[in-house]
Design a protein. Structure first.
Length: 182
């Protein structure tokens, strides 16, 4: 019973940290793509992440217009969760303290990269669904702004077939391949 409660606790902690990490990555991606935060999705992202990003900005300045505080917050959140999970796994004790720290730090980077790929896949799926169901939705424009820089190079290579754009499928397939390596 105690093991089951531990698993439930781990699931809750991982789910909450992954959700917050994806929103932090979305904030970073929105700034890179120059998406306005005055939209519904922008207001949601800011309200959910300002408490963590704004204090970090005092110590971590932006570089070339990139909000590094969002990325650092994502990474630190994942490192903290990985440290908690590593302390609960008995199999990792053999690494020693330095090996454990290296494992946590490297897996933190991999986890952030994996979550960024999942975010991309989610944005592409959402864009495809919105383009079929409600292309004039208030979410269509910001999501289109975030996916266009990634889709544009693929659209040059993969032309539309009967006015159906297959580039999101190609990018999702490529993202799935990237996930295999992460």
């Amino acid at each position: 019973m105690a093991n089951m409660l531990l698993q439930v606790g781990v699931l809750i902690v991982q789910s909450l940290s992954d959700f917050l990490s994806i929103v932090l990555l979305l904030r970073f991606h929105m700034q890179v793509c120059r998406v306005s935060f005055k939209s519904q999705i922008g207001a949601f992202v800011l309200q959910l992440t300002n408490w963590l990003v704004m204090p970090l900005r005092r110590f971590i300045p932006g570089v070339f217009g990139l909000d590094l505080a969002s990325l650092v917050a994502t990474y630190l959140l994942q490192v903290i969760v990985l440290a908690i999970l590593a302390s609960l796994r008995p199999g990792l004790d053999g690494l020693g303290p330095q090996g454990m720290a290296l494992w946590i730090l490297s897996h933190g980077v991999l986890t952030v990269l994996r979550l960024a790929v999942y975010l991309l896949i989610g944005l592409l799926i959402l864009q495809a669904v919105l383009s079929w169901v409600n292309p004039y939705s208030p979410l269509s424009r910001p999501i289109g702004q975030m996916t266009e820089p990634i889709l544009r190079p693929v659209q040059r290579v993969v032309p539309p077939i009967a006015n159906i754009d297959l580039s999101p499928l190609v990018v999702i397939l490529l993202a799935q391949i990237v996930l295999l390596f992460l």
